[in-house]
Design a protein around this ligand. Structure first.
Ligand code: ADP
Ligand code: MG
Length: 596
């Protein structure tokens, strides 16, 4: 008996849908891309319950005839390519003819569509690949597609969806990435009846400004430099931030032929252009659009993937870097050397830029002094400290002369502060140098993580609540973080859709601007969104530790330094900060001898 059977289409579609439609944001992407392919000038997106109950896209594009409307939901039905050759000249977003059949396999879909010359349009209802209704209807020119109850018939997939906040964030990001490519198309985005974006037709710069919100509009009008470069291989245009616009949450977006892409290698090319101009840990915003002949990129990449292969990445790298560098140079932020005149001219702008670069403002608390409390002396692990040094040495190390730990306990530390921010301790065995601020960050981080995990944050009530207004993008991030923020000692009360009152804050932050601290946390959290709780807690604790730690170069008394070191050595791990920076360095006797 034969046992091989063809799967019914509905089953095949459901399986295929697993690849194309993974979450509400994939529906949004496919539907909006279809609208763009259909030449829409205005596209409206509506979502409900983070897209789980509804994703609707309404366009004023070409619309479809009655039979095309029906055909559109058939597998591999597409009006966009005819043969394999067409694949290499692709300029439309879609081409596989997979999206609509995939969507209707796993959702309840209702579509109305009408072409300009037709008197009446078509209404089509499909659920789980089964056509429920097809009839003429009155509707405007264009197409409206409602995708309801995604995965209603695939409970396993439905359970796989993330929290509403995460799915909404995905929807927003997907929407932003498309809107940033089509400033000549008007877009609106409404979530649960609330308009989050209303983007009229405008210039690219206006669109960037519209997408990234009013809070940052100043940045975009004054701090972006235009880039433009045409070569035979590729054309590059867009905007890059002046060095002073660098920050930790900078938007860094690449697009190729109208699609958002990630490209770590090209990212390096951009950063290379800024070499020496950026404050530590700060990154410049950029919005860079590549146009390249479709033959030179891998077009048959998976529709949900954002990595794109270029045929000749090595050649594009220097072009990109030079283009960005030229823009920075034109703006006079790159030191220029005039060989002909024999003058070496380094414009003051460069230093000024750096001086003006936004460094988080750090206020120290007067009410809280981490150094005043008396603590039990903990034995510093000198021997252990020297171990890696010994191993690092290429030649066999001479007999180490470990300091007796007992001696250590008896002998006071005698820390001295040197060169604005370092502590030095001398011993028979060598010198130990400690970065005071980093040591403090490491200590505070350890405490904050413990508080977060035990839900025992120590908080300080504010006499006058501070107000926090968040943007549409920040809101879902904040909502995700709320429980952890509470555990660490923040007390936030929602007073309006986008507004919170900060009523209390962790006591390490006393006297600091609560809003600034929360913003710093939000920035770091949205850096590369994660659903891993530990990762979020790590970021929260690190951000708070950094804002609360003593600033570099603060004068310290000997007692303060001793306490700091004692606390540091009590930690299970104290050599590097939680973000991997060196806290302690040792100059052993050998190293000292070598220097003479
Ligand atoms: P693809 O976009 O890969 O061709 P889809 O399944 O997304 O495949 O769409 C199938 C076809 O349906 C498209 O080729 C197009 O002809 C038609 N179509 C889909 N959405 C729209 C729309 N909003 N307006 C006009 N035609 C559309
Ligand atoms: Mg499509």
């Amino acid at each position: 008996m034969d046992i091989i059977r063809l799967l019914p289409d509905s089953v095949a579609n459901q399986i295929a849908a697993g690849e194309v439609i993974q979450r509400p944001a994939s529906c949004l992407k496919e539907l909006v891309e279809n609208s763009l392919d259909a030449g829409a000038r205005t596209i409206r997106v509506l979502v409900r319950d983070a897209g789980k109950t509804l994703v609707q896209v309404i366009d004023d594009g070409s619309g479809m005839s009655t039979s095309d409307a029906r055909m559109a939901f058939e597998r591999h039905a597409t009006s966009k390519i005819r043969d394999a050759q067409d694949l290499f000249h692709l300029r439309t977003m879609g081409f596989r003819g997979e999206a609509l059949p995939s969507i209707c396999a796993v959702a309840q879909v209702k579509m109305t569509t009408r072409r300009e010359p037709d008197e009446v349009g078509t209404l089509l209802e499909i659920a789980g690949s089964q056509v429920q209704k097809q009839e003429p209807c009155q509707c405007p020119v264009g197409t409206s597609i409602q995708v309801q109850n995604l995965f209603f018939n695939v409970p396993a997939r439905r359970r796989f969806l993330k929290s509403d906040q995460t799915e909404l964030r995905n929807l927003i990001t997907t929407f932003q990435h498309i809107a940033l490519v089509y400033p000549d198309v008007a877009f609106t985005f409404a979530a649960d009846d609330e308009i989050m974006y209303d983007l009229p037709v405008g210039t690219l710069k206006q669109r960037i400004e519209g997408v990234f919100g009013k809070s940052k509009s100043k940045l975009f009008t004054s701090q972006l430099l235009e880039i433009e470069q045409q070569t035979e291989l590729v054309s590059i245009r867009g905007f890059v931030g002046k060095p002073e616009a660098a920050n930790k949450q900078a938007q860094q977006l690449f697009f190729v032929n109208g699609r958002f892409m990630r490209h770590p290698y090209f990212h390096k090319a951009v950063l290379q252009a800024y070499a020496g101009m950026l404050p530590a840990e700060q990154l410049p915003p950029y919005f860079i659009y590549f146009d390249i002949s479709p033959e030179l990129i891998d077009v048959n990449v998976h529709p949900t993937k954002t990595e794109i292969k270029f045929a000749d990445e090595q050649s594009i790298f220097p072009i990109l870097s030079a283009t960005v560098r030229a823009a920075l140079g034109k703006f006079n932020v790159v030191p220029s050397i005039d060989f002909l005149g024999g003058d070496i001219e380094i414009p003051v702008a460069n230093d000024q830029m750096r001086a003006n670069a936004k460094v988080p403002q750090i206020h120290t608390s007067t009410g809280y002094n981490p150094f005043t409390q008396e603590r039990e002396r903990v034995t510093p692990h000198w021997q252990e400290l020297y171990e890696p040094l010994k191993h690092a040495a290429q030649q066999p190390a001479s007999e180490p002369q470990p300091l007796e730990l007992d001696d250590w306990n008896k002998s006071p530390l005698h820390p001295q502060s040197v060169a604005g921010g370092y502590i030095v301790c001398a011993t028979d065995n060598g010198l130990m140098l400690v970065h005071a601020r980093r040591a403090h960050i490491t200590i505070l981080y350890d405490r904050l993580i413990a508080q977060l995990q035990s839900h025992h944050g120590v908080s300080q009530q504010l006499l006058f609540p501070e107000q926090l207004t968040v943007s549409a993008e920040e809101r879902p991030v904040l909502e995700t973080l709320l429980p952890d923020l509470q555990h660490i000692g923040f007390e936030l009360e929602k007073v309006a859709v986008n507004q919170y009152d900060i009523k209390a804050l962790p006591s390490v932050l006393t006297n600091q601007n609560a809003e600034t601290s929360i913003r710093a946390i939000l920035a770091r959290a949205s850096d590369s969104p994660t659903d891993i709780r530990e990762d979020m807690q790590h970021r929260i604790a690190l951000t708070l530790a950094q804002s609360a730690a003593i600033p570099m170069g603060k004068a310290m008394s000997e007692a303060e330094m001793t306490n700091l070191l004692t606390d540091l050595f009590a930690l299970p791990s104290y050599r590097v900060t939680p973000d991997g920076k060196t806290v302690i360095t040792l100059l052993d006797a050998e190293e000292i001898a070598r220097r003479f």
